[in-house]
Design a protein around this ligand. Structure first.
Ligand code: AP5
Ligand code: MG
Length: 214
């Protein structure tokens, strides 16, 4: 099963990708997480990516495409994967399609999680993430059992740097301009599966399972 999760920043891609990965036993590949790990480790890629991420802009395709294609060619991905946050431009989608086609392969479905801009802003302002294990919470919608502490590993939760209000606005604008056109791209190819992301986490996941079963 080869899946893509599409949706605005804060639509719940990471939340649903983790559920999908667990349920189907496939790896979860998040380009955002890969970049954040590189930033934390101070790598050359991390230093370059940070410059764009802090502004709410996309990291250039030259730094993104090969990184993902390399990851997908690893043995762990041979049984499928769920891509979270890639592709994000038509150029990235075309590069992915071409690389898969070379191997006689293709993406199975693109799960497009639709959430209003207003709800997006509310979700990102309340998001808390675990710097140790990557788990994600929301102070109201998906609170941890103990305030400020990760349920999974007990580390202190933090606010993501790009969740500052001004950066969120920039990320949303970037999404509408550069990523939203992918909905048309995958609809034309019969791959787009629309999901109502305005419901709670479990209901969104139920919709995804139901639509994938078809
Ligand atoms: P990335 O890390 O992918 O960020 P994003 O797309 O902006 O999305 P988020 O991770 O903010 O949100 P999400 O959709 O995962 O939502 P979540 O599940 O956390 O990318 C970061 C940056 O890296 C980009 O801005 C870009 O610069 C760069 N980058 C990454 N990939 C790139 C690429 N391919 N090309 C170029 N640049 C790239 O949920 C959000 C909140 O809502 C949480 O608090 C959660 O608990 C809560 N929540 C989730 N579901 C629900 C629900 N159903 N109801 C209520 N609350 C919910
Ligand atoms: Mg995410």
């Amino acid at each position: 099963m080869k899946l893509i999760l599409l949706g605005a920043p804060g639509a719940g891609k990471g939340t649903q990708a983790k559920l999908i990965a667990n349920h189907f036993g496939i790896p979860h590949i998040s380009t955002g997480d890969i970049f954040r790990t590189n930033i934390k480790n101070g790598t050359e890629l991390g230093i370059k990516a940070k410059e764009y991420m802090d502004k709410g802009a996309l990291v250039p395709d030259e730094l993104t495409v090969d990184l993902v294609l390399d990851t997908l060619s690893s043995p762990e991905c041979s049984g499928g994967y769920v891509l979270d946050g890639f592709p994000r431009t038509i150029n990235q989608a075309e590069a992915l399609d071409a690389a898969l086609a070379k191997k006689g392969d293709a993406i199975d479905s693109v799960i497009d999680i639709e959430v209003d801009d207003e709800a997006i802003i509310e979700r990102m302002s309340g998001r808390r993430v675990c710097p140790a294990c990557g788990a994600s919470f929301h102070v109201v919608n998906i609170p941890p059992a103990k305030e400020g502490i990760c349920d999974a590993c007990g580390a202190q939760l933090i606010i993501r740097k790009d969740d500052e209000p001004e950066t969120v606005k920039a990320r949303l604008a970037t999404y509408h301009k550069q990523t939203q056109p992918l909905i048309g791209y995958y609809t034309e190819r019969g791959k787009n599966v629309r999901i109502d992301g305005m419901q709670d986490m479990e209901s969104v996941f139920d919709q995804i399972k139901e639509k994938l079963a078809k």
